[in-house]
Design a protein around this ligand. Sequence first.
Ligand SMILES: Nc1ncnc2c1ncn2[C@@H]1O[C@H](COP(=O)(O)OP(=O)(O)OP(=O)(O)O)[C@@H](O)[C@H]1O
Ligand SMILES: [Mg+2]
Length: 262
Amino acid sequence: MPTTIPLDDAVRSSVLSTAPLPGRTDSPVLLQVQGLRVAYGKAEVVHGVDFEVRRGEFVVLLGRNGAGKSTMLHALCGLVPKKAGQVRFDGRDIGALDPRAIVRAGIVNVLEGHRVFTQLSVEDNLLVGTYARKSSGDRSRLGRAYELFPELHERRHQLASRLSGGQQQILAVAQGIIAEPQLLILDEPSGGLAPIVIDRILKVARELCDSGISILLVEQLVKEALQYADYSYLIETGTVGGHGTPAEVQAGELISRIYLGG
Ligand SMILES: Nc1ncnc2c1ncn2[C@@H]1O[C@H](COP(=O)(O)OP(=O)(O)OP(=O)(O)O)[C@@H](O)[C@H]1O
Ligand SMILES: [Mg+2]
């Protein structure tokens, strides 16, 4: 028996009416990945993937464990070698750049399971984030992180080791934000966290997106991610299995593949 996923009201009304579903933004493309292939030794795990993030867009990559999502992100950030494919960012080919140059170009990847520096204070951890880009050590950038996450301001002089797991994850996200990327990649920021923390992080990601930072998120929590994202790709064993706006995804058969795959 195929699983029936209840449609939310907005989607149901757009399905029932004859009006077209809301489409993808027509903003210019910021990140374009074409024909990406990645192998670990002889084992190819990403088999020619195409996807893009448009300027000001919040894109989510969905897909089951081991589908190759993190590998794709590592490859586009220069952290693992590409077997084939092109990566263009902000109009330039960044495929041959090293990871530092890619950060300087404006892409910051908050890695899956990212650990903060537990023996540094919260504030020093944030200052580390400023070293990723020019104007390193610039304290004026702390304000934005503290505004988004007041609990980090309250605990700014504490060692990061004293923070809870959720607070450390928030600190990791704040470290990424403080580097002032054009594109912020969040690889499963929800990993192992309480629903309330996940919701916080996704809301902040949406807020950042609305303030002009494009977002590329990997997330297992399909419902939550589709609530905040503008566009989604389903990654199935190293390939793109489908893509669409959240409304398109939920109105079509892709949603059941996402749930069954997830
Ligand atoms: N360093 C590595 N060396 C060898 N194989 C690896 C390495 N990292 C990942 N893999 C393999 O590559 C495949 C894709 O892994 P990847 O971590 O990219 O998946 P993922 O979609 O991010 O999964 P998850 O949702 O669990 O984080 C898996 O089969 C994994 O075992
Ligand atoms: Mg992963």
